[in-house]
Design a protein around this ligand. Structure first.
Ligand code: SF4
Ligand code: SF4
Length: 501
């Protein structure tokens, strides 16, 4: 297409504007044609107390309690949090620390539930009349149902669903991009549950008062584009566009998607709401529909279980808490010798140190790969040759080689000054690096260290304030004591004189 025509289309809004950088990756969507299937329920489910970005929850059940499917089992008073619900009816058999899918290999307190085979379920009141309700009431329901961003970010959804007169939402974007290789959960959801996703879109739109809506799908999923267009027509919605975006990684990353669609950049350190945009994943929209119209809490999700080392790859609906080892066995993988298991996609996911960890709200993929499919993971790191390729592909326009240098040399303050925290860890820079430098690992290390430093600073500041407060209290007490002593001294001779008189 001639450049002028393309630019005109971008200005008029019928052509996506595109984003800076990015790469083309082989899509390896082995499960694109596999219908979603049910994963059996394991003998025990392990529910971590934190499956979202924010504060950790605390159990609100005890060992021995019987719980219903959908019953809240953990929560916190904190704002930035999402409660945890029982994915099955059963008995709480244990509450203790267990390993989770995290690069640190560390654990979290978890509630263990043994299913009792019954279909006892707790549901909130279904609200088919949601259009007559206050958006704040719907927001509270989304919060209560434990809904988080299911694209992988797991940010508590209710926090974004605010009507703020200072920052009105003009555009609501439903993200159906799924640009990571292998992953096909959103693709299958759109094909199989398009009407529910569109209902979710209508609810979200009502909640934030968005004028226009865009459902964005990569052009390697034309079947989903067609199905979603038909669903929008069936729902008789106006002001909703379904657009096919060029297939380019990381098109699905929030800021890149917003830039592609609106041509506007979310400024560093700001949120999409600051430029009048709300972005939600298609699976999240469907979860909102279930929470509002059916009163269902978030207790399961669709996960792509795939990879060249997976005997029977598929898209499985899995209850949270199912052990990864159990899920892999459902797809025929029991012997893990020479197999690398990834939690998430190959670009942003993490290699699992152990498969005895539970599926959680963030689990969008479980991949079993052979050595040769793991791009550069085990290649030996070579010195930087300053080719600049990493900067050319960075969608945030960072300077990855310099950033990595600062992190490697523990110059964290300088890394921060070079916008370390704007890095979205997309992995484009590592992917193109001819020296096999694991740049993203350095960024994660730097962010982790800085977070620790900040925590230590906060702790030191808090200790200093407490110690100063104690000093002031002691000084006041000393002063008061001296004043009492002076008063006693002053009164004693007077008494003596009185006595002598
Ligand atoms: S791509 Fe790799 S070798 Fe090239 S400048 Fe970046 S870090 Fe250095
Ligand atoms: S991982 Fe960070 S530095 Fe590397 S390309 Fe992505 S955003 Fe840029």
């Amino acid at each position: 297409m001639p450049a002028l025509l393309k630019r005109l289309g971008q200005v008029l809004g019928w052509m996506p504007a595109g984003f800076f950088g990015g790469i083309e990756v082989p899509d390896r969507k082995l499960t694109a044609h596999e219908p979603i299937r049910e994963c059996p329920v394991p003998d025990v489910l392990i529910l971590p107390m934190k499956q979202h970005i924010g504060e950790q929850c605390h159990p609100c059940v005890h060992i021995g309690d019987h719980v219903l499917k959908g019953q809240k089992i953990a929560a916190t008073e904190g704002y930035m949090a999402a409660p945890v619900h029982a994915p099955v009816a059963g008995k709480v058999v244990k509450i203790e620390e267990h390993r989770i899918a995290h690069p640190s290999g560390l654990g979290l307190p978890c509630i263990f539930i043994e299913p009792d085979g019954s279909d006892g379920e707790h549901r909130y009141e279904p609200w088919a009349d949601w259009e007559t309700r206050d958006p704040a009431e719907l927001r509270e329901r989304v919060r209560e149902c434990g809904i988080v961003g299911l694209g992988g970010a797991v940010f508590p959804t209710f926090i974004k669903l605010v009507r703020d007169q200072h920052h009105p939402i003009n555009t609501l974007i439903l993200n159906g991009i799924e640009c990571e290789p292998y992953l096909t959960t959103d693709h299958r959801l759109m094909l199989e549950h398009a009407d529910e996703i569109v209902r979710g879109l209508s609810i979200l739109r009502y909640m934030v008062g968005a004028r226009e809506c865009v459902i964005a799908i990569e052009d390697n999923k034309q079947d989903a584009v067609e199905v979603m267009r038909q669903a929008v027509v069936r729902a008789s919605l106006t002001g909703v566009r379904v657009i096919a975006m060029p297939t380019r990684y990381p098109q699905g990353s929030e800021k890149q998607l917003i830039e592609s669609i609106t041509g506007k950049q979310v400024p560093a350190g700001k949120l999409p709401v600051h430029i009048g945009v709300l972005c939600q994943n298609v699976a999240t929209a469907r979860a909102v529909y279930h929470a509002i119209e059916h009163g269902r809490a978030l207790t399961e999700r669709v996960v792509t279980v795939s990879g060249e080392a997976m005997p029977r790859p598929g898209n499985l609906r899995i209850p949270f808490g199912a052990p990864v080892r159990f899920v892999l066995a459902q797809c025929g993988l029991e012997d893990l010798d020479g197999v690398h298991v990834l939690h998430g996609g190959p670009m942003m996911g993490e290699r699992l140190r152990s498969v005895d960890v539970p599926v959680v709200k963030a689990t969008n993929g479980l991949l079993a790969l052979h050595e040769e499919q793991i791009h550069g993971l085990n290649a030996e790191e070579q010195p930087c040759i300053h080719c600049g390729h990493c900067g050319e592909v960075c969608p945030i326009r960072l300077v990855p080689n310099l950033l990595a240098d600062h992190c490697r040399n523990d110059a964290f303050e300088r890394a921060e000054a070079y916008q370390l925290f704007d890095c979205i860890e997309c992995g484009c820079c590592s992917y193109v690096c001819p020296s096999s430098i694991p740049l993203v690992h350095y960024f994660r290390y730097g962010k982790g260290q800085l977070a620790q430093i900040r925590r230590a600073e906060t702790f030191a500041e808090e200790s200093r304030r407490r110690s100063e407060a104690r000093e002031r209290r002691l000084a006041r007490e000393r002063e008061a004591k001296q004043a009492r002593r002076r008063a006693r001294k002053a009164s004693t001779p007077a008494q003596a004189e009185d006595g002598e008189g």
